[in-house]
Ligand binder design. Structure first.
Ligand code: ZN
Ligand code: ZN
Length: 413
């Protein structure tokens, strides 16, 4: 039993709608959810309508059926994107639909599926859905992601607990890292946390580092050049109309983009990576002028290689994110096997696309201009964790001054 479950569950749904999406009166909302997460999807839909949403459009999906299709459906279906689906995404873009995704998958839901089929489907979806997802990624429309403790996911996070016990433990963890206590103050606690994170991001922007140098005892020795007009962001994102929203709930990170051609050296993963329903463990990547030139994983190397080869941009980095080792998620000691949570446990990098807003004016640049400004382009974006308790990051400013940014896994300022 989770203490005060009903109050906490409601406070969480309110947080996702009011702070996560920051839903505006008259706006249409798209909610994407697995069938197994329906209770939270329903509560969010109800609260969105109570807050004045014009309508709620549901994108239901189901991991069981997705898996069955990957295993048994005709090969050709993974290379055709239905025209009615494309029309749906175009309609959502036209309506400016705010988006809320609720996740709760078993991290190994696609174990045993031919990775080629998953990869084909991802490639097939990328282009037709791009206009809508670009609008979300470049912060033109608000979006957010929340989570639901399903039995399948909870069982992976808490293998020693039985059934409902694991689910309760996962709910406790989700509520606690989202600062939900059931006292109805979740929204104001988040606003305070967002303000503190924004303040730290502005300090990093004042330093305007030329490059960052990562080292730790695992063997990481990586230099990352930052684009000349890079912007560190964290806490909340803001639409062009000035609406703040929180894309990832919870969030502890402060992030920017690396120069796609400015990464050199080796980086070791600090945590396993859940990738397309498979786990990759104990891996490192070698970089030369930005490109991943060597990959090694003790487990799941094939999935990692596939993802890095999805397209040209997948073998370059698109995100640099700083998270103190002493974060609520790391302190919980729980490995969620889900990036939404685990990326907040640790400093991370992502291979694949950069967020356009990570350079000044990037959201108004063409793809070519973005690339010139240093931002990587790809249909892929995969976060992997690199922060350890002994991680050191030293920043070098444009006048050559070296400034400690991270000492022993935590911010130096
Ligand atoms: Zn991140
Ligand atoms: Zn990311």
């Amino acid at each position: 039993m989770v203490d005060n479950f009903e109050e906490k569950f409601k406070e969480y749904a309110h947080l996702l709608v009011e702070v996560g999406m920051n839903l505006q009166k008259g706006q249409t909302v798209r909610i994407s959810s697995q069938v197994a997460c329906a209770p939270l999807a329903r509560l969010c839909a109800e609260h969105a309508l109570d807050c004045g949403a014009r309508d709620v459009v549901m994108d239901w999906n189901d991991d069981f059926i997705s898996r069955q299709r990957y295993l048994k459906a005709d090969e050709a279906v993974f290379t055709e994107f239905p025209a009615y689906q494309k029309a749906r995404y175009d309609w959502m873009l036209k309506k400016g639909c705010a988006s809320l995704s609720i996740i709760g998958s078993d991290p190994e839901t696609f174990k045993g599926v031919d990775p080629k089929r998953i990869q084909n489907w991802q490639k097939t979806c990328a282009l037709p859905t791009k206009p809508y997802f670009d609008a979300l990624e470049s912060n033109r429309i608000q979006w957010s992601i929340g989570a639901y403790a399903t039995l399948a996911w909870a069982g992976k996070v808490f293998p020693d607990k039985e059934g409902e016990g694991a689910v309760d433990a996962l709910w406790d963890a989700i509520f606690s890292v989202c600062r939900i206590t059931g006292d109805g103050q979740g929204v104001s606690r988040w606003k305070a946390h967002v303000a503190a994170t924004t303040h730290r991001a502005s300090r990093l922007n004042e330093y305007n580092f030329k490059s960052l140098h990562y080292t730790n005892a695992l063997g990481t020795d990586l230099t990352i050049v930052l684009p000349e007009n890079h912007v560190w962001a964290g806490g909340a994102d803001v639409t062009p109309a000035g609406l703040p929203f929180v894309p990832n709930m919870p969030t502890e990170e402060i992030f920017t983009a690396p120069r796609w051609d400015g990464v050199n050296g080796r980086v070791y993963a600090a945590l396993p990576l859940a990738l397309d329903g498979n786990l990759v463990r104990n891996f490192y990547l070698d970089f030369q002028n930005g490109k991943i030139v060597n990959v090694h994983a003790e487990e799941g190397e094939e999935f990692l290689r596939n993802s890095i080869q999805l397209d040209e941009g997948s073998s370059y980095l698109g995100e640099v994110a700083l998270v103190p080792y002493d974060s609520p998620i790391r302190n919980s000691g729980i490995l969620f096997f889900n990036t939404l949570f685990d990326e907040n446990a640790s400093c991370h990098l992502a291979f694949g696309s950069a967020y356009p807003t990570c350079v000044r004016g990037g959201e108004n640049m063409s793809e070519e201009e973005q690339k010139k400004a240093g931002l990587n382009q790809s249909a892929n974006h995969v976060d992997f964790m690199v922060g350890t308790s002994d991680l050191s990051i030293v920043g070098t400013t444009h006048d050559g001054t070296e400034v400690p940014v991270f000492v022993d896994g935590n911010f130096a300022f």
